[in-house]
Design a protein around this ligand. Structure first.
Ligand code: ATP
Ligand code: MG
Length: 426
């Protein structure tokens, strides 16, 4: 066996690329309409950025980073997520000095050393947004609404929005104490990770995927009972705005981000159709991060979607086949083959998706490939057609066939387009 793709990575093959392109195109359009601008940051950064920007107490930094020394003895890390790089860039390029709000989005490959399984890879892709410079609750609602729009336009169903507030730093300090007090008697029954977190980062325990830990948490105090009046009011306003926008949500008091620079709103969008890896979009407000990374105090909110999981959902719906082609051209004989190439190029130029059979094999074999190609029609050029400048146009669904001058075919593009539409709609 030759060399295979590294564990946790995979090729995205031509037959799957349609779904990827569709998701990207929908996101791009939706974000452009909301005045978000794309930003592309490097795939690797100084390790320190992620240690400070994601937090050393997290799984991502603690166990999952691809970190190595480069030839200049610098510690480099392949980005495990997009926010830290975007915020670094925002600070480095003085985007806050331009005043107002920056609405940014990004997409690209991310890297985490995880146990590969369905919907979980070591190289995976995210698409995310960051709104920097607005502490307004409307920014929280806007980013959620945009995520919802994108997922809806892709055609996904059975999604639920889980929403929570983790309040401000003081609220969390109080809650933290209550949670530690509640969990300490159960310490020995918690999973090992949660035991370590009990003193270091107890909020992260709520995130545990261990069944016994989750059972213990059933009766744990709720963060929502520890919100200050101001935080509570904020949370109520976010909910009211979402309701106005017609976006239903479930309040989930277990949803957390365990780091100090996260504040107030946190949310996840989950699918009922994905099994264990159910979250397709996760985000929240991170008012402390820009300052944490050395910038001016800047409120911010954002989210990231996992594209592999969206593609899995699309495939399950079997919504898209390979992008359909209009014409499949078969030809035989020197003159006909030359004309076929020219006809293919002419059709492509006026907007028709055209595949040219270049095998030179017998017509019979070429026809079989035409049938399999998914094209709406086959164009046939033999010696006779080449001689008088015509082509046989055969509609593959019905088998109807007629001769038409090549020039007429090309000059009646509108009529042809209409015929294609009528026949594909059937
Ligand atoms: P999970 O609990 O599934 O590990 P997470 O909290 O680590 O998710 P985030 O860091 O919030 O995830 O990333 C946002 C989204 O990116 C996730 O909801 C998921 O859709 C996707 N994602 C995260 N890690 C992976 C991975 N290893 N492979 C594929 N997609 C991923
Ligand atoms: Mg994870």
């Amino acid at each position: 066996m030759g060399i295979q793709a590294t564990r946790g990575t995979r090729d995205i093959l031509p037959e799957e690329i349609g779904n990827w392109q569709r998701i990207e195109a929908i996101a791009r359009e939706t974000l452009a309409r909301a005045a978000y601008q794309e930003i592309r940051t490097p795939i690797f950064e100084q390790t320190d950025l992620f240690e400070r920007g994601i937090g050393e107490a997290t799984d991502v930094v603690g166990k999952e980073m691809y970190t190595f020394k480069d030839r200049g003895d610098r510690s480099i890390t392949l980005r495990p997520e997009g926010t830290a790089g975007v915020v670094r860039s925002y600070i480095e390029h003085g985007m806050q000095a331009q005043g107002g709000v920056q609405r940014l989005w990004y997409t690209g490959a991310m890297f985490r050393y995880e146990r590969p399984q369905a919907g979980r890879q070591r190289q995976f892709h995210q698409l995310g947004v960051e709104v920097l410079g607005s502490g307004d609750v409307r920014a929280d609602a806007e980013v959620i609404a945009i995520a919802t729009d994108i997922l809806q336009s892709i055609g996904l169903k059975n999604l639920t929005l889980q929403l929570n507030s983790i309040g401000n730093a003081d609220d969390r300090q109080n809650y933290r104490a209550a949670l530690i007090e509640f969990l300490t008697p159960f310490k020995d029954k918690l999973d090992p990770d949660s035991q370590t977190r009990l003193t270091k980062n107890p909020l992260r325990i709520l995130d545990s995927k261990d069944a016994q830990t989750q059972a213990i948490l059933e009766n744990a105090p709720s963060i929502l009972d520890y919100l200050s009046a101001e935080s509570k009011q904020r949370f109520d306003r976010v909910q009211a705005l979402l309701q106005d926008l017609g976006i239903p949500c479930n309040i989930n008091a277990r949803l957390v981000r365990g780091l100090d620079y996260y504040t107030h709103t946190v949310f996840e969008i989950q699918s009922d159709d994905l099994g264990a890896q159910a979250t397709v979009c996760a985000g929240g407000r991170y008012d402390g991060l820009v300052a944490q990374l050395g910038g001016a105090d800047t409120p911010a909110v954002g989210w990231a979607m996992g594209l592999e999981r969206l593609v899995i959902l699309l495939q399950k719906m079997q919504q898209t086949q390979a992008s359909p082609i209009d014409f499949y051209i078969v030809s035989r004989g020197e003159k006909a083959e030359a004309q076929a190439l020219k006809l293919a190029q002419s059709l492509r130029r006026i907007g028709f998706a055209t595949e040219l059979d270049m095998s030179g094999s017998a017509f019979g074999k070429q026809f079989k490939r035409a049938d399999r190609s998914g094209a709406a029609a086959c164009l046939i050029l033999g010696d006779a057609e080449a001689e008088n400048g015509t082509v046989q146009l055969k509609w593959l669904k019905t088998g109807e066939q007629s001769a038409i001058a090549q020039a007429a075919l090309l000059s009646n593009a509108d009529q042809l387009r209409q015929q294609l539409a009528e026949r594909s709609g059937a």
